[in-house]
Design a protein around this ligand. Structure first.
Ligand code: PLP
Length: 365
C-alpha cells in the first residue's frame, strides 16, 4: 500500500517514537511536586520550549491541547468573547466552522485565496472583530496571505487566529513573523502521535479564558493532566522536520493526472509542497478513491460521503469550481514518500482514469 494521505495524518517519525517510548518510562504527573512529578514536568517543559522556539512564541505562551480541533476551539472561545463579530475564511476546516456557527464568511477566489479587499471593508464596519484564517488549506494546500491579513487586522484593532495545522512541518511557520494573535498546530500532522496539539499566543495574549477549566493546568488555560509521552513525541517530531523538497515529485504526479484529462484545483496559488487536489471531470471522487485503494494507493476525497451520497467539498464549492467540487481527490505526500511511490501512483492513476472515464455516462445537464 502506498500511503498518500499525509494531510489526514502523517506517518510517525522515528524520532517521535523514540521520545515517546522514553517518556512512557517516566511515571509521574507533571503537577506533582515530588521527584517523579518533576521528571515528568521536565519532559513537558522541554517540549514546550522546543515547540515554542520552532513556531515563534514564548514558551509561556504555548498552551497544550488534545490536537488542532481543540486549539482552534480554544482560540475562538477565548478570543471571540465579549460579542466580537467573528469572520472566517470560506475554506476553513470544520474545526473552525463548527466552533463559530453564524460567523461572517470571507469569500475566496478560484485558487482559494481569501478576498482581502472584502476583509478590509468588513473590518471597517466592525473593527474589533476576531478573524480566523488558515495558513494552508487541508484539501488544496493553498497558502493564505496571512501577513497581509494580520496587517489589516492590527490596523483596525481586530484579532487574527491562524489555523496552521496543515502548514506546520511543511513550510516555515512563525507566529511572530506572521503577526497573528494566535496559532493552532497539531502533532499528528507533522509526524508526531495523535492526541496532542497546541495553541500559541502572541505576547500580551497569554491570559486566556479556558474552555476546560479542570484543575488549572497550563496556567489555568487548559485543565486536565497532559499526555506527557504524546507531547514528547510531538516536540521530537517538530524538531526532526527538515525542508522536505516534495514539490518536484508532486509536480511530476500532477503532470500524469493532467495527461489523463484531470483538472488541478487551486494550482494558481502558492501551495503546500506536499499537496495536490486533482479533479477528474465526470467521475465521482469516492469512485476514484475506491479504485485507487483497490490498486494499493491511499488518497482521500475532499467530498464527504454519507448515506451513499457524495456531498461536494465546501472548500472547492467556495472556490466556485461547480460540478468538479464532487469529483476531486486529494493526494498528500508524507514526509517519507519515495520516487517509487510517485511512480506507483502514476500507474494506478492512469489505470483508474482509463477505466472510470470510459465508463462515463454524459453528465446530466
Ligand atoms: N485544522 C485543519 C486545517 C485540519 O486539516 C485539521 C485536521 O485535519 C484540523 C484543524 C484538526 O486537527 P486535529 O485532527 O489535530 O484535531
Amino acid at each position: 500500500m502506498i500511503y498518500l494521505d499525509a494531510n489526514a495524518t502523517e506517518p510517525l517519525r522515528p524520532e517521535a517514537r523514540d521520545a515517546m517510548l522514553a517518556a512512557l518510562d517516566v511515571t509521574g504527573n507533571p503537577s506533582s511536586v515530588h521527584q517523579a512529578g518533576r521528571a515528568a514536568r521536565r519532559i513537558l517543559e522541554d517540549a514546550r520550549e522546543t515547540l515554542a522556539g520552532r513556531f515563534g512564541a514564548h514558551a509561556a505562551n504555548l498552551v497544550f491541547t488534545s490536537g488542532g480541533t481543540e486549539a482552534d476551539a480554544l482560540a475562538i472561545h477565548a478570543l471571540g468573547r465579549d460579542h466580537r463579530r467573528i469572520i472566517i475564511g470560506a475554506t476553513e476546516h470544520d474545526a473552525v466552522r463548527a466552533a463559530c456557527p453564524g460567523a461572517t464568511i470571507l469569500p475566496v477566489d478560484r485558487d482559494g485565496l481569501a478576498d482581502l479587499t472584502r476583509l478590509e471593508t468588513l473590518l471597517r464596519d466592525t473593527p474589533s472583530a476576531l478573524v480566523c484564517l488558515m495558513l494552508a488549506n487541508n484539501e488544496t494546500g493553498t497558502i493564505q496571505p496571512i501577513r497581509e491579513a494580520a496587517h489589516l487586522c492590527r490596523a483596525r484593532g481586530a484579532l487574527l487566529h491562524v489555523d496552521a495545522v496543515q502548514a506546520a512541518g511543511r513550510i516555515p511557520v512563525d507566529l511572530r513573523q506572521l503577526g497573528a494573535h494566535s496559532l493552532a498546530i497539531s502533532s499528528h500532522k507533522l509526524g508526531g502521535p495523535a492526541g496532542a496539539g497546541a495553541l500559541l499566543l502572541a505576547s500580551g495574549m497569554d491570559h486566556l479564558a479556558p474552555l476546560i477549566a479542570g484543575g488549572g493546568q497550563e496556567r489555568g488555560r487548559r485543565g486536565g493532566t497532559p499526555p506527557v509521552s504524546a507531547i514528547a513525541g510531538f516536540a521530537a517530531a517538530a524538531a526532526a522536520v527538515s525542508s522536505n523538497g516534495l514539490a518536484p515529485l508532486r509536480d511530476q504526479m500532477e503532470q500524469v493526472a493532467l495527461r489523463c484529462g484531470a483538472v488541478l484545483c487551486g494550482a494558481g496559488a502558492e501551495r503546500l509542497p506536499n499537496t495536490t487536489c486533482i479533479a477528474l471531470p465526470g467521475v465521482r471522487a469516492d469512485a476514484q478513491v475506491i479504485a485507487l485503494d483497490l490498486d494499493g494507493v491511499a488518497v482521500s476525497a475532499g467530498a464527504a460521503c454519507s448515506s451513499g451520497k457524495v456531498a461536494a467539498s465546501h472548500v472547492l464549492t467556495a472556490m466556485g469550481l461547480g460540478p468538479i467540487a464532487g469529483e476531486a481527490i486529494r493526494v498528500s505526500l508524507p514526509w517519507n514518500v519515495t520516487e517509487a511511490d510517485g511512480a506507483r501512483f502514476a500507474g494506478a492513476y492512469e489505470r483508474m482514469a482509463e477505466r472510470l472515464t470510459h465508463a462515463l455516462a454524459p453528465r446530466a445537464a
